[in-house]
Design a binder for this molecule. Structure first.
Ligand code: CP
Ligand code: NVA
Length: 311
């Protein structure tokens, strides 16, 4: 069966079926092989990407722009100050106008509804480059990294320890569709939204996998093949940082916590990391860490996403 993602937006992984996610991952693997062999072909020659970033970024912005350049295209990046979404002009007009100039738009912002609105009015594919709600490009790179390090996705157990944030939401939506079980340990009041949890539970159940939550990180990590964490304070939540540091202290991923995981477990973090908070330096630098492969895979996934949605 041939799968086409031409013309599709990537707003949330909830919009993608298992076959489509696996097709994205296989395409990313091919892109990675090409990259390491002799450089990619240039299928996107003459195409342009516009990036709108209202929050800082290292990985997402560079991987999107470099992916586009390596595929033969070019990229233009716009900050909030330059285009003033919702203040200088309505968000819907940004989607309509950019569609007359470029072939794909990537947006990093606060409200998820803003990416949805741009996508509604744009006539070219729109990619969610992170919102307060989700981070689908990250989750695809995470699944690719797990596939490479474990040789499979189905039947594995991923433990997510920390804040039930945008990264956790996309991981949950992605892993449940590829038959990977997920156990989340988040403090009370910091869980992923119930509707995401229930949706993931239903999807995982169809594939013989499970989704669980606990308040105890040791429970979540017990027997896990993958242990994943992210910052306790996400971009835009800086005023809560001190309170969060106190609440999340028992949720640090450190060597002691990892003793309960499978002996071959790998450790993941989307980065940027706050060493000594959600993860110790020892773990990031340790033999279980696949964190920098995970960061590299952002590039290969962006290539897969852009080449597929642009046909
Ligand atoms: N992981 C990730 O999205 O990193 P950036 O915020 O640097 O893009
Ligand atoms: N949860 C983090 C992810 C950064 C890539 C944030 O939103 O700041």
């Amino acid at each position: 069966m041939s799968i086409s993602l031409k013309g599709r937006d990537l707003i949330t992984l909830a919009d993608f079926g298992t076959d489509e996610i696996l097709h994205l991952l296989n395409t990313a693997r091919e892109q990675k092989q090409l990259f390491h062999a002799h450089g990619p072909a240039q299928p996107l020659k003459g195409r342009t990407l516009a990036c709108i970033f209202q929050k800082p970024s290292l990985r997402t912005r560079v991987s999107l722009e470099v992916a586009m350049m390596q595929l033969g295209g070019s990229a233009v990046s716009l900050t909030e100050a330059e285009i003033g979404p919702g203040s200088r002009e309505p968000v819907r007009d940004i989607g309509r106008v950019l569609s007359r100039y470029v072939h794909v738009i990537a947006v990093r912002t606060f409200a998820h509804s803003m990416v949805e609105e741009i996508a509604r009015y744009a006539s070219v594919p729109v990619i969610n480059a992170l919102t307060d709600y989700s981070h689908p490009c990250q989750a695809l790179a995470d699944l690719l990294t797990i596939l490479e390090s474990k040789g499979r996705l189905e039947g594995l157990k991923l433990a997510y320890v920390g804040d039930g944030n945008n990264v956790a939401v996309s991981l949950l939506l992605g892993s449940s569709r590829v038959g990977m079980s997920m156990s989340l340990a988040c403090p009370e009041g910091y869980d992923v939204p119930d509707r995401v949890f229930e949706l993931a539970r239903k999807e995982a159940g169809k594939r013989g996998a499970s989704v669980e939550r606990t308040r105890d990180p040791h429970d979540a990590v017990s027997g896990a093949d993958v242990v994943y964490t992210d910052v306790w304070t996400s971009m835009g939540q800086e005023v809560e940082a001190e309170t969060r540091r106190d609440i999340f202290r028992p949720y640090q991923v450190n060597e002691e916590l990892l003793r309960g995981a499978d002996e071959h477990a790998v450790v993941m973090h989307c980065l940027p990391a706050h060493y000594g908070e959600e993860i110790t330096e020892e773990v990031v630098e340790g033999p279980r860490s696949v964190i920098f492969d995970q960061a590299e895979n952002r590039l290969h996934v962006q290539k897969a996403v852009m080449s597929l949605v642009m046909g």
